[in-house]
Design a protein around this ligand. Sequence first.
Ligand code: SF4
Ligand code: SF4
Length: 290
Amino acid sequence: PGKRTRKPPWLKVRAPGGTNYRDVAALMRQHKLHTVCEEARCPNIGECWENRTATFMLLGDVCTRACRFCAVTKGRPQTLDWEEPFRVAEAVKTLGLRHAVVTSVNRDDLPDGGAIIFALTIREIRKAQPGCGIEVLVPDFEGNPEAVRTVVEAAPDIYNHNIETVPRLYPRVRPKAKYRQSLQTLEWAKAWGPSGMLTKSGLMVGLGETIEEVIQVMADLRDSGVDIVTIGQYLRPSNWHLPIKRYVRPEEFAELKRIGLEMGFKHVESGPLVRSSYHAHEQSAAAVCR
Ligand code: SF4
Ligand code: SF4
């Protein structure tokens, strides 16, 4: 552990830098927007931005939590920016998106965890770009049912909350979160959201979990009514972050996908470079069409 190992060939990515990539980067600067693509140093940024796909990050770029797998800056967050929902909607329109993914840092300093900003953003995107699929990737809101309700009442197409890892590894990977609480928020969203709204979750592998534990998490997600699951390789953003225990092979990801579909998920996106928002548009289309 801690030793630098060479990445396996299946983790090779496209280097950022095409015309579309530069357009997206300029637009984000111009609208003073944050993206998880940049803040989390996502390996897919070259491909996604070239395809004019990005994941917006609401509520600033400083997080009140300090998960040991995540590259987002930790600390005391900024004051709320009520103009942000409008700027995101404007950017969605300018980019001509057909599927927008909106996430946020965790804001445990706010009574509703920022749920109202999610709701406003959903409504503004609907107005600015009708027909665009809207996916929100939300925090656990510390298990606050009212926050979950606020978000689903704004009727996103997909309510996504990542379970991230297996329960045994929570104390090390997600110390401020609770496994059952995360499942509970997904159940609430399903029960209270509009009919037709899909729920989604995701986890990382390569942190020391066993395949059996991953399968158990998938079963728990199914029991909570989750429709779509994403599974990807954990990559260490820096030496402060948890070490990679192992590189999961593409065949194992394929096997997890097969198992997930058998369990009844509408869609399973499972592969080394899969992130919650990777190919998000194709994921939702596949889930709706099944
Ligand atoms: Fe951004 Fe998601 Fe693509 Fe990563 S996978 S670059 S976070 S849209
Ligand atoms: Fe990163 Fe989310 Fe954890 Fe904050 S709560 S450190 S943004 S994973």
